[in-house]
Ligand binder design. Structure first.
Ligand code: AMP
Ligand code: MG
Length: 487
């Protein structure tokens, strides 16, 4: 019951729910399913401020009631979005099976933010699932997405995690939780695939115009807006993947439904950071063929963009052959673009502002050396950036030879160390630490270690002493580490 006493205070929401005004085949209107005994576990005050929201009048009960979906703010228009997608290469119908888009909030700068509750109960898109999420998986998304943000990489953010007070059955019983996530949009390549497969060409056209108006208004007056949208998504997704490669991030489940048209990192499931460099690194238990391995992410994003292109064909040109020729040209531009951006990024990691083809060889030699000698990705670049020697590195002859050449090379660069320190993090959420703090928070009622790790991850480009716990690579690397499709 909504009595006057427990009415939510005003946090300054400014909802404008444009998605809920679209064709109603694109979503289902429904409320989150109420939970028994909500409580708030993590609340991201800094993010709330960035969104021009003020929760200072909220008690813990109010926060719990809001972020569990038990009470929605005035102006919210809850919907579950329909989408489809290619999962491990196979097309399927999907949709928000355990998420509700509360609405779109406009902050004081006029920026539009999707405010979503994840783990909020069954929807018509749940298929066999229970619509719920375990505490550990929601904390994992909170921790890693915030870390990705502070690494300077586009991503959905995490505003709060609340406990539902109900258990969730997986391989065992777990505490249930709800994550409030915030993103520029939750529009996916899979959303476009859904429209292409199940709705009309007119719907496709309208939706494409919607995405352009909402996110890329500069494309509106161009000769072929759908084609320009394709190029834009290709460019931004290329930059996103290059950023992942920069910090050793493996998304783990780059299905087209997990690839955002706003090119933010979304859907943190089995993602993880690599310790020792190897392009074949895979942590996800369900990725048996390494489709989403670290070194495959570029190829896969091109595949996903091709799926987007295929879905856009009818609105790119009335003549199918012409449309195909146009999209082929865009898809084929990927390799050159990726290579350019990749080597530019890698060059910066070794203090070179503009790489020559000789420098590309030097980069490849370093990557090979790291692979051959099972070197820690983060700490190798951290060593080069701060010249803090570790015994392991100095004992590798191949690396010592490479370093001598490199030192000669960067003598002609203006400010190599500054350049390197901007792009080489000292600290990433290492798997052994992530598991440790998540287990403490989820199973031992002790969220403090996670808070501490989060604090450190907020300044990833600050120099850390060599023996700092958060900066150390685990003994024996990540040999047997596995992640699960976090449900
Ligand atoms: P994901 O692997 O998280 O990208 O999810 C793939 C699809 O499964 C999406 O449509 C999700 O909404 C749905 N899904 C994942 N977990 C659950 C769950 N516990 N209950 C219902 N649907 C789920
Ligand atoms: Mg997903």
């Amino acid at each position: 019951m909504n009595t006057i006493e427990n009415k939510l205070p005003d946090a300054g929401w400014n909802f404008d729910n444009s998605y809920a005004r679209l064709n109603n085949l694109l979503f289902t209107e429904l409320e989150p399913i109420k939970v028994n005994d909500p409580s708030i576990l993590f609340f991201n005050k800094r993010l709330a401020e960035e969104l021009s929201l003020d929760f200072s009048d909220f008690s813990k009960k109010h926060l719990a009631s809001l972020f569990s979906g038990n009470q929605l703010p005035v102006g919210a228009h809850p919907i579950a979005q329909a989408y489809a997608g290619h999962q491990f290469g196979h097309f399927t119908m999907l949709g928000d099976g355990r998420a509700i888009l509360m609405g779109e909030h406009l902050d004081d700068q006029g920026r539009r933010w999707d405010i979503q509750l994840k783990g909020s109960g069954r929807t018509p898109y749940s298929r066999g699932g229970d619509g719920r999420a375990t505490l550990k998986s929601m904390l994992r998304e909170y921790l890693i997405s915030e870390s990705i943000y502070h690494l300077g990489i586009p991503t959905s953010r995490s505003l709060a995690v609340s406990l539902t007070g109900q258990s969730v059955k997986r391989e065992a019983l777990h505490k249930g939780a709800i994550l409030c996530r915030v993103a520029k949009s939750h529009i996916r390549i899979g959303t476009v695939e859904f429209i292409r497969n199940f709705l009309t060409t007119k719907d496709l056209n309208q939706f494409c115009n919607y995405v352009i108006t909402r996110q890329y208004p500069e494309l509106a007056g161009t000769a072929n807006p759908p084609l320009e949208l394709l190029k834009k998504v290709l460019e931004l997704q290329t930059e996103l993947v290059v950023n992942w490669m920069r910090v050793g991030f493996i998304h783990g489940v780059m299905n087209t439904d997990n690839t955002s048209l706003t090119a933010e990192t979304i859907d943190y499931g089995p993602c993880a950071f690599m310790n020792n460099y190897h392009p074949n690194t895979v942590f996800s238990s369900i990725d048996r063929n390494g489709r989403y391995a670290f070194g495959n992410q570029a190829r896969i994003i091109q595949w996903n963009i091709a799926a987007l292109a295929g879905a856009l064909i009818p609105i790119i040109d009335d003549n199918e052959e012409t449309a195909i020729a146009k999209i082929k040209e865009v898809i084929n531009s990927f390799s050159g673009l990726y290579e350019e951006k990749f080597y530019q990024m890698m060059a910066q990691k070794i203090g070179i502002a503009k790489p020559t083809s000789e420098d590309k060889n030097m980069i490849n030699q370093l990557l090979n050396c790291m692979k051959n000698n099972e070197m820690d990705y983060t700490n190798t670049f951290r060593y080069l950036s701060y010249q803090q020697p570790t015994e392991e590195l100095l004992n590798i002859d191949e690396f010592k030879r490479w370093e001598m050449n490199w030192i000669k090379r960067i003598k002609t660069e203006g400010t190599p160390y500054e350049l390197m320190r901007e792009s080489n993090p000292s600290v990433i959420p290492r798997n052994h630490l992530v598991e440790e703090v998540l287990d403490q928070a989820a199973f031992e009622n002790n969220p403090q270690p996670m808070e501490n790790l989060l604090e450190t991850l907020k300044n990833p480009y600050k120099e850390l002493p060599l023996d700092n716990t958060y900066g150390k690579a685990p003994e024996g690397g990540d040999d047997h580490y596995q992640t699960f499709c976090g449900t």
